[in-house]
Design a protein around this ligand. Structure first.
Ligand SMILES: Cc1cc2nc3c(=O)[nH]c(=O)nc-3n(C[C@H](O)[C@H](O)[C@H](O)COP(=O)(O)OP(=O)(O)OC[C@H]3O[C@@H](n4cnc5c(N)ncnc54)[C@H](O)[C@@H]3O)c2cc1C
Length: 466
């Protein structure tokens, strides 16, 4: 007879681990097996910028509600663990140097606020300054929610003296910051194991389905485990694992890179929030460099207008000098297919782009001019990356599948660390047939059967993703 288990979860990334945690610790389910062919958290979940925010656009309030719930859980875990994973609440600081964008900036800022992310406070002059509470470097308690929109240049410089003098508006989203994803994940995994969850190192190679129900799961070590409940938490491989059940999971994957540098000159202040440039830009090159780049077809694009979205933050405690830089310029300048393949078949390890470190570093000079000090002598870059697994409208899936006993937690895109606790709580409610939160339908596959939702999808423009 095959060994058996109550629940078998395929994937020990943050999604699978958070699901095991909720089932074992919150619902007291016994006999759960978490199967991964790699070390826990090592495929995508350790490649992230580890940031979180409740500041999400619509349509509807589902994203804000799910993120608020997820951050509630993260804060509860921080509280009970003595903040073992260094949760902070420094915020996200969105910046523009374009005065003409201010009305649109102000309008866009109103949306998450109206959807439940907290109040929007606007500062138009020095006289309003006393109301602004700067974010501390550490800690997450008793701090404002919502966002502060600072439209006075002197105030921006007073609070963020290191930013470019060109910045005319700064939006500081406040229920936001970062944490150690590895430590949060390992904390949940340790808790789950203490409640009996077993971790098995193997590849899931097949799922046996009979009469429309999950029966058992085959592993690469040749074993078959009988189970009535199978959770597909395979990250960028959810589509392949879905095929084992005969179910098409409507996702695609998109490669995203990240570079870290040591910052001996202290260009990114240790106390800074996540800094995000929302303007397009042309990269700063010397005249000589421009002439050189213009000569070749392959490099000419580096002289064209580059997209918005360059972002950076300091990494580590006060004694660290690491900074993280991210900028997905390629998807927008038409070079996606060459270096950043968008497909449903991710490659491990992913192909890296040798030009990324220098381009990202030059792009950051738009918001932090002192980056120029590194142009002549670039520090040694550490480049890595992973896949955003996305649905077309960039909303995750945490729901039953159309095979009895099969469930999915996937398409966590570029927001999987911040959303996993909420998404896994939702999935655990589905599995245990507990009461579902109001946002459950928005994160289910059935949404694609809803004519109203399909209509919304037709002119869905802002996916809210960095
Ligand atoms: C550059 C970058 C920056 C990011 N920044 C942020 C951020 O700031 N904040 C944020 O919240 N999110 C961020 N993300 C997104 C976040 O990292 C992901 O959404 C999240 O890690 C996805 O977790 P997962 O558990 O779904 O997938 P994974 O971590 O990939 O886990 C899936 C697991 O399934 C296993 N698996 C797959 N197939 C099988 C099989 N057949 N058998 C056994 N095991 C299998 C894999 O080995 C893997 O361990 C970022 C991502 C990237 C790439």
């Amino acid at each position: 007879m095959n060994p058996s288990t109550n629940v078998l979860i395929c994937g020990a990334g943050i999604a699978g681990i958070a699901t095991a945690y909720h089932l074992a610790v919150s619902h007291g389910i016994k006999d759960i097996v978490l199967v991964d062919e790699r070390a826990p958290l090592s495929l995508t979940s350790d490649k992230s910028t580890e940031c979180y925010r409740n500041w999400w656009p619509g349509p509807g309030d589902a994203m804000v509600s799910l993120m608020n719930r997820s951050i509630d859980i993260i804060e509860e875990l921080a509280e009970e663990s003595g903040n073992i994973f260094h949760l902070n609440r420094r915020g996200y600081l969105y910046l523009t140097a374009d005065p003409e964008k201010i009305p649109a900036f102000e309008k866009a800022a109103g949306e998450p606020s109206a959807l439940g992310a907290g109040p929007l406070r606007v500062y138009r002059s020095q006289a309003d300054a006393s109301d602004y509470t700067p974010a501390p470097s550490e800690g997450y308690k008793n701090l404002p929610t919502g966002a502060d929109l600072i439209l006075d240049s002197n105030l921006i410089r007073q609070y963020f003296p290191y930013l470019s003098e060109n910045v005319v508006a700064a939006l500081h989203a406040r229920r936001a910051g970062w944490f150690s994803a590895q430590q949060l994940g390992m904390y949940m995994l340790d808790q789950a194991r203490a409640y009996g969850v077993k971790l098995v190192n193997a590849r899931v190679t097949g799922v046996n389905v009979a009469q429309g129900s999950v029966q058992s799961v085959q592993l690469s070590d040749g074993s078959t485990i009988s189970t009535p409940t199978f959770v597909n938490a395979a990250g960028p491989f959810v589509k392949e694992v879905g095929e084992m059940l005969g179910v098409d999971i409507p996702i695609f994957t998109e490669l995203h890179l990240k570079v870290s540098y040591r910052d001996p000159l202290g260009v990114v202040p240790r106390e800074a929030p996540l800094l995000i440039w929302t303007d397009t830009q042309t990269l700063p090159w010397s005249e000589e460099e421009r002439q050189f780049l213009a000569e070749e077809k392959d490099t000419r694009w580096l002289l064209s207008e580059m997209p918005e979205g360059a972002h950076t933050r300091p990494e580590g405690g006060a004694d660290s000098d690491i900074m993280l830089l991210l900028w997905e310029y390629k998807h927008q300048v038409g070079r996606t297919l060459e270096v950043h393949p968008t497909s449903s078949k991710p490659v491990v390890p992913p192909p890296l782009d040798d030009m990324y470190p220098e381009i990202a570093l030059r792009g950051m000079a738009a918001l932090l001019p002192r980056f120029e000090e590194y142009f002549e002598r670039m520090p040694q870059p550490m480049l890595d990356g992973g896949y955003y697994t996305k649905t077309k409208e960039n909303r995750l899936l945490a729901c039953p599948l159309p095979v009895k006993g099969a469930f999915l937690i996937g398409a966590l895109s570029g927001y999987g660390l911040m959303s996993a606790c909420g998404a896994a709580e939702l999935l655990a409610a589905h599995i245990t047939e507990s009461d579902l939160p109001t946002y459950a339908p928005v994160f289910s596959l059935e949404r694609y059967q809803d004519p109203e939702y399909l209509e919304l999808l037709e002119d869905w423009s802002d996916e809210g993703q960095l």
